[in-house]
Design a protein around this ligand. Structure first.
Ligand code: IMP
Length: 186
C-alpha cells in the first residue's frame, strides 16, 4: 500500500509520518500534485475540494490532504481557515497584538485530514484545546507553535517538542484516526 501526503510543509510531514509509522505505514511526501485550495470558511470543504481534484478517476494508491486552522475564541474563530495567510502576513506578532487586551485567551487547533483511494474519500478530524501565550516561546515545531499552550500544560508546543506534540496535537489525533481506518480497511 502506498500512501502519499500532498504537502510541501516539512513540519506537517514530519509529524504525520512519525504517527503513521506507529501503524506500520511509511508515508511518502508528494510535491508533484499541487494542493488546490478553494476559499471557504469550512476546513472540510477545502479538503474535499482538494481531494476531488486528485482522485478524479480510478486510483490504485492512497492520497492524503490536510488543512488546519487556529481558532481563537476572543477573535470569534479568527484566523481559522485563513491561518496560513494570516501567518504569512501579520504572523505571530500580529496575533499577539490583536490579543493584547484579550480577557479570554482560549483557542483551539483543528485539523481535517482527507484520504482518497481505491475505496473513495474519507475525512478524519482532530482538535486540541489550549490558550494563546502572551509572548512567543520555544524553537521547535512550526507556524503558531511558539504561542500555543495546550490545555493541561504551561509550555508552548514549540517548547514541548515533537514527542509531546505528537501525543496530543490536532494533527496527531486526525492522523491516528486515519491510521486506524487504514489498518482496518486496506
Ligand atoms: P494549512 O493547513 O497549511 O493551511 O495551515 C494553516 C496554518 O496554520 C499554517 O500555515 C500554520 O501556520 C498553522 N498551523 C497548522 N498546523 C499547525 C501546527 O501544528 N502548529 C502551529 N501552527 C500550525
Amino acid at each position: 500500500m502506498r500512501v502519499f501526503f500532498i504537502t510541501s510543509n516539512k513540519g506537517k510531514f514530519l509529524e504525520a509520518s512519525t504517527i503513521l509509522r506507529e501503524y506500520g505505514i511509511e508515508l511518502q511526501m508528494d510535491v508533484n500534485h499541487k494542493k488546490v485550495e478553494i476559499q471557504s470558511d469550512s476546513l472540510e470543504e477545502i479538503v474535499s475540494a482538494a481531494l476531488a481534484n486528485v482522485c478524479n478517476g480510478p486510483v490504485s494508491d492512497y492520497y492524503v490532504v490536510e488543512d488546519d486552522g487556529l481558532f481563537i475564541n476572543e477573535l470569534r474563530g479568527f484566523p481559522g481557515p485563513y491561518s496560513s495567510y494570516v501567518y504569512k502576513t501579520i504572523g505571530i506578532w500580529g496575533i499577539l497584538k490583536l490579543m493584547a487586551d484579550a480577557r479570554d485567551r482560549s483557542a483551539y487547533f483543528k485539523s481535517v485530514v482527507g484520504l482518497c483511494g481505491p475505496n473513495g474519500i474519507r475525512l478524519f478530524t482532530g482538535v486540541v484545546h489550549g490558550e494563546i501565550a502572551t509572548e512567543p516561546r520555544g524553537s521547535g515545531g512550526f507556524g503558531f507553535d511558539p504561542i500555543f499552550i495546550p490545555l493541561g500544560y504551561s509550555n508552548t508546543f514549540a517548547e514541548l517538542g515533537l514527542d509531546v506534540k505528537n501525543k496530543l496535537s490536532h494533527r496527531a489525533r486526525a492522523f491516528r484516526a486515519l491510521g486506524e481506518w487504514l489498518l482496518g480497511n486496506r
